[in-house]
Design a protein around this ligand. Structure first.
Ligand code: PRP
Ligand code: URA
Length: 209
């Protein structure tokens, strides 16, 4: 079974409160999502392998550590996942970025795929799929399916807010995928929105409605 990590760092929790607040406007919402994505990227990269290199400081020769050439891929689920990409790339600028376009049919709540574009060396990369919301889990499961179908072997899923239903759906369909979240909320409402959640992530990020 995949592991579920809740990032309870005070800075993440503080910023998430303002992301949730309905009085937070688009500009600030976007900036906060970007900042939280950076903080989460710091935590999610904790297990990256290191190797030693030799350098010279102004004082002496030294053996020091660098990240061991890991090939990473960041995959936002369109649209709202886009809001998390730049924040992650600030810390891991060499990562390649793929895109998976899905929208949730408002009646059935089932995901509809409309776009997939991935780095060419899918089998060799470690992927982080990002989306602010894990609600029913339909979109996350479909995005992981889409990546695996094209040969991906190593996948993590990172979101801001998850509902228990979404976590269970990913765990059941993809027990090899670890889930990283900033908050695990109470439940879904009758329209499939996370309670208390933050509302519609895509609309709040892009100012649409
Ligand atoms: C939202 C969100 C997730 C999905 C989560 O996207 O960004 O992708 O819903 O819901 P689920 O877990 O029940 O599948 P939405 O479908 O609203 O598309 P958008 O980002 O284009 O607005
Ligand atoms: N998608 C969102 O944007 N918000 C939710 O609460 C659920 C799905």
């Amino acid at each position: 079974m995949g592991k579920v990590y809740v990032f309870d760092h005070p800075l993440i929790q503080h910023k998430l409160t303002y992301i949730r607040d309905k009085n937070t406007g688009t500009k600030e919402f976007r900036e906060l999502v970007d900042e939280v994505a950076t903080l989460m990227a710091f935590e999610i990269t904790r297990d990256l392998p290191l190797e030693e290199v030799e350098i010279e400081t102004p004082v002496s020769k030294a053996r020091a550590k660098v990240i061991a050439g890991k090939k990473l891929g960041v995959i936002p689920i369109l649209r709202a996942g886009i809001g998390m990409v730049d924040g992650i790339l600030k810390l891991i600028p060499a990562a390649k970025v793929g895109h998976i376009g899905l929208y949730r049919d408002p009646q059935t709540l089932k995901p509809v795929e409309y776009y997939v574009k991935l780095p060419s060396d899918v089998e060799e990369r470690d992927f982080i799929i990002v989306d602010p919301m894990l609600a029913t889990g339909g979109s996350a499961v479909a995005a992981i399916d889409a990546l695996k179908k094209r040969g991906a072997k190593s996948i993590k899923f990172m979101c801001l807010i998850a509902a228990p239903e979404g976590v269970e759906a990913v765990e059941t369909a993809h027990p090899d995928v670890d889930i990283y979240i900033a908050a695990l909320d109470e439940r879904l409402n009758d329209h499939g929105y996370i309670v208390p959640g933050l509302g519609d992530a895509g609309d709040r990020l892009f100012g649409t409605k």
